[in-house]
Design a protein around this ligand. Structure first.
Ligand code: NAP
Length: 280
């Protein structure tokens, strides 16, 4: 009975670029589940209305993306600990008739490194390039993993300082010009800026000073191998691309809505890579 099948959404503005429908529909088909997952373009001034009518319109929850993550945070009846720390909600589900919000970006980031760079969390010092919304989730993930010294390096130093201050201790802020001096003691380098993404300026960082054994990861996944990751590969460092973060962050939401925990497999990855390479 199609009408009774659970259905979830991803809402944002714009939304046509989102790969989330491809991911969730892949899992629904793979697991043979009766359910739906639809992209919905919701303009900022319509989001509160969309949110308040979500249950009545038959949705069991969904993902929230730019520019609605902070608005969803404010509207949710309750939030999980990650969302509270990150100040943004990317996943909604129902509990006792109320809409609850969570944030799975930190989980996705950590799960991607668990898969691509086992042992990554033994790093003593990590550098996070960028101080935007994604950086906040990643600093939270790094602290949760036990990394004691985290440096946020950002073009706008004040923004890095404001982000660092949200954490009680262990997080510092630096300007871009200080980066070369920080790299020799960095065990994990994370790019969270939009630099290096298709259509954006390149990320110009000389990673020569990084120590042998350092892990480099880029949350930009278009292109899959960014200039930063190419440089890490050519130095023989462990390099982890950002697509896995996107795939892993989808797991907890799918499990909440459809009752089965899906796997991030090579098949799923190939499915999304094919879409990325189609250039849509
Ligand atoms: P955001 O809030 O807009 O932050 C952008 C960051 O990039 C800021 O730190 C900004 O520095 C920096 N930046 C932008 N242009 C720059 C330039 N020309 N020179 C130096 N720094 C520059 O964006 P976000 O939401 O954090 O997302 C950042 C990137 O992560 C995007 O490419 C997004 O697609 C990607 N992402 C990937 C995943 C995943 O699952 N793999 C998840 C979330 C986001 P200022 O503060 O100085 O402006």
């Amino acid at each position: 009975m199609a009408d009774a099948a659970p259905k979830a959404f991803v809402c944002g503005h714009p939304i046509s670029h989102s790969r989330s429908p491809l991911i969730h529909r892949y899992w629904l088909a793979e697991l043979g589940l009766d359910g739906g997952y639809d992209p919905i373009d919701v303009a900022p001034h319509d989001f509160a209305d969309f949110f308040s009518h979500m249950i009545r319109r038959g949705w069991i929850g969904g993902n929230v993306t730019i520019p609605h993550k902070e608005h969803a945070f404010r509207l949710a009846a309750r939030r999980d600990a990650a969302a509270e720390a990150i100040g943004a909600v990317n996943t909604l589900w129902l509990e006792n008739g109320e809409v609850v919000g969570g944030n799975t970006d930190a989980y996705g980031f950590a799960a991607n490194l668990d898969a691509g760079a086992p042992g990554w969390s033994s790093a003593e010092t990590a550098i996070v390039l960028g101080a935007g919304g994604a950086a906040r989730a990643i600093v939270f993930a790094l602290q949760a993993a036990g990394i004691a010294d985290i440096r946020i390096v950002n073009r706008t130093r004040e923004r890095a300082a404001a982000l660092a201050q949200l954490f009680v201790s262990g997080v510092g802020a630096n300007s871009w010009s200080e980066l070369p001096g920080l790299l020799p003691s960095c065990h994990l380098l994370v790019n969270t800026t939009s630099l290096g993404m298709t259509g954006q300026p390149p990320l110009e960082v000389d990673i020569t000073p990084l120590p042998v054994g350092a892990v480099v990861t880029d949350i930009v996944y278009a292109p899959l191998e960014t200039g930063l990751l190419a440089a890490a590969h050519s130095r023989g460092l462990v390099a982890v691309d950002g697509l896995g973060m996107l795939l892993h962050q989808a797991v907890p939401g799918f499990e909440r809505w459809f009752g089965r925990r899906p796997q991030v497999t090579a098949g799923l990855r190939a499915h999304i890579v094919a879409d990325l390479e189609s250039g849509r």
